[in-house]
Write a protein that binds this ligand. Structure first.
Ligand code: SF4
Length: 223
């Protein structure tokens, strides 16, 4: 056992290809041209991110891995389901749950570190699923790379669902009018593949230190 030397088979690439092909089979298929069907995971995350994913996507290993994890649960067909919510005017919101067990909606997410509270994007998603599948309880299950699991239980909330409905309509308008949504600044931007399109190029960002500020505005610059 050991790392492969130069000239050997590129095992990293083999693994990457394997994950990619799993992702292809199980990821939620979006027809980017069909703007009358909006997917729940598009409406619950940053709308600009969803817009880029449809119109000019960048695929990353991280997003592929998350697709695989959720997808593995959804692949268990006896447990997963696709729900549709008719929004009127020909617009449909489509959502897929990872699992429904004993009338409880279950959502599985990989995460580096357990959060103190469930992530807002996951709250919106699981809550919308409760409305779409007519259930009143949901559980978000976080799984860390070492295989540990922690869960949050939540009840159905109408206001949160109304927000998702509004976001779905707004997102469709952006697509219809070919307009780029405004940025939604959050911690998620730090790991977003489109960071450089919204802000500055990461590596060229100049660090500003307190010391340099003092150097620049010394005593003589006092107002
Ligand atoms: S960097 Fe932030 S604002 Fe820009 S698309 Fe990503 S999540 Fe949205």
């Amino acid at each position: 056992m050991g790392r492969s030397d130069a000239g050997d088979r590129d095992y990293k690439q083999v693994v990457r290809d394997a994950i990619d092909s799993m992702g292809e089979n199980i990821e939620i298929k979006i027809d980017s041209k069909d703007i009358n069907t909006i997917h729940l995971h598009e409406a619950t995350k940053c709308l600009r991110l969803s817009y880029y994913d449809r119109t000019d996507p960048i695929d990353t290993e991280q997003t592929q891995f998350n697709k695989v994890l959720g997808g593995l649960f959804r692949k268990m067909k006896s447990h997963s389901s696709i729900g549709k919510y008719d929004m009127g005017g020909g617009l449909t919101l489509k959502g897929q749950v990872d699992m429904i067990q004993e009338d409880v909606i279950l959502l599985f997410r990989s995460i580096d570190k357990f959060p103190e509270n469930p992530l807002p994007v996951d709250m919106l998603y699981v809550n919308a699923c409760m409305w779409m599948f007519n259930k009143i309880e949901g559980v978000i299950v976080y799984i860390t790379p070492d295989g540990k699991e922690d869960s949050f239980v939540t009840n159905r909330n109408q206001k949160m669902f109304e927000e998702v409905i509004k976001r779905t309509r707004v997102f469709q308008d952006f697509l219809k009018e070919n307009r780029l949504p405004i940025i939604e600044p959050s911690q998620d931007c730090l790991t977003c593949p489109y960071y450089e399109r919204c802000y500055i190029r990461k590596k060229e960002g100049k660090q500003i230190s307190i010391a340099s500020l003092f150097g620049k505005f010394g005593k003589e610059d006092k107002i």
